[in-house]
Each structure stands twice: as structure tokens, then as C-alpha cells.
Design a protein around this ligand. Structure first.
Ligand code: ADP
Ligand code: ZN
Ligand code: MG
Length: 492
């Protein structure tokens, strides 16, 4: 940030609730189906069709609201937000306005600045206020880039998909804080299973409100809103661009105008889309076809009691219980399935450090190169735990274990099975190792002479030869000891 300036950012996140059917009708919410296949009179906005609220939507919204520390209103009201758009056949969106589903929340999210190369600095927890989270329906989609270039198309499959709009306080002071907060929201919603968090498919979309002010100034500057950012990286870059644009504008004697802007990733710039509308422009009024939404306090408590452990709590527990570093705990709790997997490996191996090392290095590397996540891995957690045990009880060496692991990745077999089939059991029989050592020394008289003349670095050479002769199976520690004894003792 330029010296003497401070940025103020507020975020509006639209999270698609992953119900199987839409919010006010029974149509499917599946992504990628034949255009306009999943529609009916309600989500097409035909006259006389009546909306009926999907109970699941309320359950998911409640889980999300509680996970974000929001208070749920016992009564909330659906309102019509009126505007024209080709993908909005009713001419209004059913949303919530003056009495939203939930209000007054906050999260403690881990955040950090990044250096030039994008590496995280020191993580700290920061408090971010959440103004409200309300329930609304999504619009359809206008499609401009298919078929006849002179034509636009409308796909109404998405029309009526349930959304939770989560509006934050203007509490962010940098693009990375915004980035970390949205990442936090995404993890939290994925953990509790109410949103798949897929930003590319539009399941999580973000609008960023950005303003700047001189350091020390109390009053907020005029904000511009950047719409529909569909990746965390775009969000971060768009905010940085916008901050710089506003500062340069003001320093050149200009003024920021309140407007809606769009991010163009290819040009790495924001562009003005339209001047900002105000709430009253939308002529909000209560939806006459839906009664107020009432939720009982006891029901809210039942939902609260049913929430799983949230990612932040789990991360702190991993640090305390398993002795993990902040960064390792972060990675391992980034996805609920990965955290579950790690805990299963800990249970099977009884060694939390070794489990973390194997999951974080070997396993994640394999997943990355295979382009899959943990749910697609052939290596079962119990098998990885068993592999760690085989190393610890000296059945196999750490080196052989890597080969066994590669086999597990390819075949999904249990490590004991692979070890048995390939005869990989480590040689710990000292007599057998003595024999190989004697053979290797006898076969390398020149090196033996050099070693005894003081070139002790040749020990490595002998170790290598013995390991090779044993097919990598000799216990390395025993090899070292026996070799040293033989090389030094004999012939003196
Ligand atoms: P509007 O009525 O223009 O939609 P809201 O008060 O509803 O504005 O706020 C929308 C979002 O903009 C919220 O996330 C809020 O925190 C954020 N916001 C409000 N004022 C500012 C500002 N001056 N700078 C940056 N963000 C702001
Ligand atoms: Zn429908
Ligand atoms: Mg607003």
C-alpha cells in the first residue's frame, strides 16, 4: 500500500446452498445439465405459479449462520427486489431486505500479508464483523459465447437456486485480509457441508467494496464495488488494482465515484460497468406469496448442537494434540476429508508426527501429480498407518517404505501384502549382514587399502555396495556398524 494511505474493504459473498432441489420449486439444481432442462412454471416466472419454501434451504442457512457466529431472527421476511434482466424472467428476485434471516455475527479468521513472491508471513487471528446473512434465489445465466456470435442465449437452470448472501462489515484493510477471509468462509461452509465452495462453477461468488482514505482519517472514502469475482486470486488482484487506481485518482485531484465495476483478468484492470444504484431503486416490498419465515429458538439450538467441529477449532486442536506446526495444521485442516484422513492415519500408526510427514510430503505430492484430492486416493488411511508401523518396528527400512508406498498409490494394496509379495522384509539378521559385508570387502581390495590409508569417506561407498548387494533390504544402521568394525579392525 502506498505510504500515507489506508484501504477499507467490505465483502458480499454469495454462497450457493447445496440442496438437491431449488429454493421455491422441486426442480433439480444439478450443474451442467442440458440448458433449460431443469425448469418449471415457478422458476420460469410464469403467471400464477406459486413459490413454496424448501425446508432444507432453511436448515442449511441456519447451519451456515451459526457457524459464522450470526444471530438467527425468529421471524424474517422475504422481499421482492425489482429489476429487469434477461435472465430474470419474473422481473424481480425474491430476497430478504429489512428483516434478514440472520444478523450480528463475527469470525476470528487467520490472516497474513504475503511477500513479493506470494509467500505467507506470520499468521495471526483477526476479528471480522459480519453484518448479516440472508436467503435469496439466484437468477439464470445469459450466455454470449456460443453459437451465432450475433445472438445471446438464456439458460434458466440456475434460476431459483438457493443462495446465502453473507455481507461483511467494512473490516478489511488489505487485499490479503479479504483473500484469507473468503478462504475461511469457504472452508467453513465446506466443512459443515452446506456449500461445495466451487468458485469456478459459481457456487461461491464475491463482490468487493473498496475505498481508500488518508492514514489517520476517520471518515470512510467513497467506495466502488467490484462485482462477481469468481476466484480468490482474482479477488485479491482486483482489490489491489482498485486501491491503486483510487489513490492515483485522488492524488491527481480527481474523485472516486460510487459505481459498480468489473474485473478483467486478461488486462488485469477493473472497468466501470454502471453507476451505483441505491436500495430504494429496487422498490423492495414484502413478497405477497410467502408468509414470514418463523423459526423456533429450540430448533435453532438443535441445529447448533448438530454442527461438526469447525476448521479453526480443529486446527488449534491439531497444534495442541498432535504437536504440529501452525502451517502443517493449516494444510491438514484445509479440507475436512483430508483432516479426517490424517486423524485416521494417526490412529492406525500411533505416531502423529510420522503421520503428518507422510501425508504432507509423500501423499500430497502423489495427489498433486495425479490431479486428484484425498477422496480420489487409492491409499487407505489404515494402510498408510500400517506402513508407518512397519518402519517403526524395523520390518522395512525408510527407503524401502518409499517403494512400498509407490506401490500402494498404484494398486491400493495393503503394505504388508506388498512387502510379502516382493520379499522386502528388512534383513536384521546380523549374521546375514556380516556375510554380505565380508563379500563386499573381499571384492574391493583397492578401496579397502585406500580406506585404511585414511580415506575414511569411502565408508559411504562400502555402505552403498552392501545395500546394493542386499537388494536394499539390509538394516542400514546394522550395515554401518558392522562395516566400520570390519574395515577398522582387520589387518591392523
Ligand atoms: P450499499 O447500500 O451501497 O449496498 P452497504 O452499506 O449495504 O452499501 O454495504 C455494502 C458493503 O459495502 C458491505 O460489505 C459494507 O461493509 C461495505 N462498505 C460500506 N461502506 C464502505 C466503504 N466506504 N468502503 C468500503 N466498503 C464499504
Ligand atoms: Zn422450477
Ligand atoms: Mg447493500
Amino acid at each position: 500500500m502506498k505510504e500515507g494511505w489506508e484501504a477499507v474493504i467490505g465483502l458480499e459473498v454469495h454462497a450457493q446452498l447445496r440442496t438437491e432441489s431449488k429454493i421455491f420449486c422441486g426442480c433439480s439444481t444439478a450443474f451442467g445439465d442440458e440448458p433449460n432442462a431443469n425448469t418449471c412454471p415457478v422458476c420460469l416466472g410464469l403467471p400464477g405459479a406459486l413459490p413454496v419454501l424448501n425446508r432444507r434451504v432453511v436448515e442449511y442457512a441456519a447451519q451456515a449462520a451459526l457457524a459464522l457466529g450470526l444471530r438467527i431472527n425468529t421471524e424474517s421476511i422475504f422481499s421482492r427486489k425489482n429489476y429487469f434482466y434477461p435472465d430474470l424472467p419474473k422481473g424481480y428476485q425474491i430476497s430478504q431486505y429489512d428483516r434478514p434471516f440472520s444478523e450480528h455475527g463475527a469470525v476470528e479468521a487467520p490472516t497474513t500479508e504475503r511477500d513479493e513472491a506470494g509467500h505467507p508471513q506470520e499468521w495471526r487471528l483477526k476479528h471480522f464483523g459480519i453484518t448479516r446473512a440472508h436467503i435469496e434465489e439466484d437468477a439464470g445465466k445469459s450466455v454470449h459465447d456460443i453459437g451465432d456470435p450475433g445472438k445471446s442465449y438464456v439458460n434458466l437452470n440456475r434460476s431459483g437456486t438457493p443462495l446465502l448472501e453473507i455481507v461483511s462489515e467494512p473490516d478489511f484493510r488489505s487485499s490479503w485480509e479479504a483473500y484469507d477471509y473468503v478462504g475461511f468462509l469457504r472452508r467453513t461452509l465446506q466443512y459443515i457441508g452446506v456449500c461445495d465452495g466451487n468458485m469456478e462453477e459459481g457456487s461461491l461468488r464475491c463482490d468487493a467494496n473498496v475505498s481508500v482514505r488518508r492514514t489517520g482519517a476517520e471518515k470512510f472514502g467513497t467506495k466502488a464495488e467490484i462485482k462477481n469475482l469468481n476466484s480468490l486470486r482474482f479477488l485479491q488482484r482486483a482489490i489491489d488494482y482498485e486501491i491503486d487506481r483510487q489513490i492515483a485518482l485522488i492524488e491527481a485531484g480527481g474523485e472516486v465515484v460510487q459505481e459498480t465495476r468489473l474485473w478483467n483478468e486478461r488486462e488485469a484492470k477493473t472497468y466501470s460497468m454502471r453507476s451505483k444504484e441505491d436500495a430504494h431503486d429496487y422498490r423492495y416490498f414484502p413478497e405477497p406469496d410467502l408468509p414470514p419465515l418463523e423459526v423456533a429458538a429450540e430448533w435453532v439450538e438443535t441445529v447448533r448442537a448438530g454442527l461438526p467441529e469447525l476448521p479453526e477449532a480443529r486446527r488449534r486442536r491439531f497444534i495442541g494434540e498432535y504437536g504440529l506446526s501452525v502451517d502443517d495444521a493449516f494444510t491438514l485442516t484445509g479440507q475436512r476429508e483430508l483432516a479426517d484422513y490424517y486423524e485416521a492415519v494417526v490412529k492406525a500408526s500411533g505416531n502423529s508426527r510420522a503421520a503428518a510427514n507422510w501425508v504432507l510430503s509423500e501423499l500430497l505430492r502423489e495427489l498433486k501429480s495425479g490431479g486428484i484430492d484425498i477422496t480420489g486416493s487409492k491409499v487407505r488411511a489404515e494402510h498408510l498407518g500400517a506402513l508407518i508401523k512397519l518402519i517403526e518396528d524395523s520390518t522395512i527400512s525408510g527407503k524401502i517404505a518409499k517403494d512400498v508406498f509407490a506401490d500402494m498409490v498404484a494398486t491400493g494394496k495393503a503394505p504388508e501384502e506388498i512387502v510379502r509379495e516382493k520379499g522386502l522384509v528388512q534383513i536384521t539378521d546380523l549374521g546375514a549382514i556380516e556375510k554380505i559385508v565380508a563379500e563386499v570387502i573381499a571384492a574391493n581390495p583397492k578401496q579397502l587399502e585406500a580406506y585404511r590409508a585414511g580415506k575414511t569417506a569411502l565408508l559411504g561407498f562400502f555402505v552403498g555396495q552392501v545395500m546394493k548387494a542386499s537388494g536394499g533390504k539390509a538394516n542400514p544402521q546394522a550395515v554401518n556398524e558392522i562395516l566400520k568394525a570390519h574395515l577398522e579392525a582387520e589387518g591392523r
